[in-house]
Design a protein around this ligand. Structure first.
Ligand code: FRU
Length: 485
């Protein structure tokens, strides 16, 4: 693992030519994704500013240009008309003001009067490296580039720690007001959400209080990337709690959870209707964000970072890492949340791969089951050893997924085996494989499991048992890997 000095990590990108060679080198990697958004160079982490605006989807990711390291962050912009064909649109927001001198950190988007606006955290540090987080805004300009407001909207609350960031901005018609949720840490180091409100988007923001979430006064030490949406009349609160272990997540201390319930803006209380659940049971899923501007009362669209803070991935050696998940639809049926790839993903599916042939690096595996025990080993060796081992136990009512059999192992210390509990017997798996990721949708999206995976030479066999049908189909490329900075 390369050691980076602070100067190296926080170097300002002066000229795109400084990273052209890096892009030329990494684009040759066998692990470059072909239908998932990935960093043009260096590191991509949280999705930011995700919005449907004027018939086009805008998405940004937290980007560090120089390598697989968390340093000076930019918003890098990608655009799509259908949520699967994405093209690189260059740097979105740069850390070039004093108030964001050490990073344009995460945030969200909102439309107003036909314009698209972005709210983000300006990560300011002084010469002693003391941090002040500012809530800042930008507007999509006529040339398609965000233009920053000259000044931040507001600074941090003094009665919380420096960890105050990731504004989620939204409008509440009943209150005729805008709201911002900010992920934060209380003075006694508990995770929480701070709520701000204003009648106007660009002035008059006032602190309304700390969000009350009864039963969750002490869950982790920081709640990153809070987000709220409404599906079929049910409110859904999402956030990424840190600095704690949670049941079902082995040794990991970074999670992404959700609760369904009711949001009351008079009392600033989100009352969960059931205990929290993991949005995704996999190893590598964090900082999920809902798209703004979708305006469908029955669904939200979600995208997330395939990766976790403080974790390290094998492509670090190639000076890049991270990717976005497939965009997914969130729906609620019979009180339960379902997560499925957006329909346009299915348009990428191509020919069926004959049984016994090597697994393509980009494919979908669809298997049906009758609820009995079953197994599926992906990217195993020809002799049947190794691979990503997926095991369904009808007695346990869960799938167990173990990546320790792969030649390229990583993040062993947070655990290499996790379970995906199912409330119904196993009927179906849809597994979307790209060059360095696997997303497993069980029972039509009742549970999902996302992991990075880096198959090496000789690891392209598939072994299965217990299914009633199984097919492998190729998936066509849909993201461009052009050098646009
Ligand atoms: C989550 C996070 C955010 C922050 C951003 C910085 O991964 O730590 O809280 O805004 O990443 O890149």
């Amino acid at each position: 693992m390369r050691e980076w000095t602070r100067e190296e990590r926080y170097r300002v990108l002066q000229d795109p030519e400084e990273i052209r060679g890096l892009h030329e080198r990494i684009r040759k990697s066998v692990y470059r994704q072909t239908y998932h958004v990935q960093p043009v160079t260096g590191l991509s982490s949280d999705p930011n500013g995700f919005a449907l605006y004027d018939g086009v989807y805008h998405l940004f990711y937290q980007w560090c240009p120089w390598g697989a390291v968390h340093g000076l962050k930019y918003w890098y912009h990608v655009i799509s008309e259908d949520l699967v064909h994405w093209h690189n649109a260059g740097v979105g927001i740069k850390p070039d003001a004093d108030f964001d001198n050490r990073g344009v950190h995460s945030g969200s988007a909102i439309t107003k009067d036909g314009e698209l606006y972005f709210f983000y955290t300006g990560n300011h540090r002084d010469e002693n490296w003391v941090r002040t987080p500012y809530t800042c805004a930008a507007k999509l300009g006529e040339d398609g580039k965000p233009v920053k407001l000259e000044k931040p909207l507001f600074g941090p609350r003094p009665d919380y720690t420096e960890h105050q960031r990731d504004p989620k901005v939204f409008y509440v018609p009943e209150k005729e007001s805008y709201y911002i949720f900010i992920g934060a840490q209380t003075a006694d180091l508990k995770g929480c959400v701070l709520v701000y409100t204003s009648k106007d988007l660009f002035s008059g923001w006032a602190f309304a209080g700390q969000l009350k979430v009864p039963g969750y006064e002490s869950l982790g030490g920081m709640w990153e990337c809070p987000c709220i949406g409404r599906i079929g009349g049910t409110d859904v609160l999402l956030f990424s709690p840190q600095y704690t272990k949670l049941p079902g997540r082995s040794e990991s201390t970074n999670h992404n959870i959700y609760m369904t319930g009711r949001m009351d803006f008079d009392t600033l209380t989100f009352t969960p209707s059931a205990p929290f659940k993991h949005l995704d049971y996999g190893f590598d899923f964090y900082a999920a964000q809902l798209a703004s501007g979708v305006d469908d009362p029955d669904k939200e669209i979600i995208i997330s970072w395939i990766g976790l803070p403080d974790n390290h991935y094998p492509t670090e050696e190639e000076d890049w890492e991270g990717s976005m998940t497939l965009p997914r639809e969130l729906r609620i049926r019979d009180g339960r949340l379902y997560q499925t790839p957006v329909p346009s993903v299915y348009g990428l599916i191509g020919e069926t791969v004959p049984a016994g042939e090597d697994l393509p690096r980009a494919c979908v595996i669809t298997a049906e089951y009758d609820g009995n025990d079953a197994s599926l080993d992906l990217f195993a060796k020809k002799d049947g050893s190794g691979g990503l081992k997926i095991r369904y136990s009808a007695d346990a009512g869960a799938l167990s997924i173990d990546r320790s059999g792969m030649a390229k192992r990583f993040n062993e210390s947070v655990g290499e085996q996790l379970d995906m509990p199912l409330e119904e017997p196993l009927k179906k798996l849809e597994i979307f494989v790209d060059h360095s990721s696997v997303e497993i949708f069980a029972n039509d999206g009742a549970a999902v499991f996302t992991t990075h995976l880096y198959p090496a030479e000789g690891e392209f066999s598939l072994f299965s048992s217990g299914e009633t049908s199984l097919k492998v189909q190729r998936i066509g490329a849909s993201v461009t890997d052009d050098f646009v900075v």
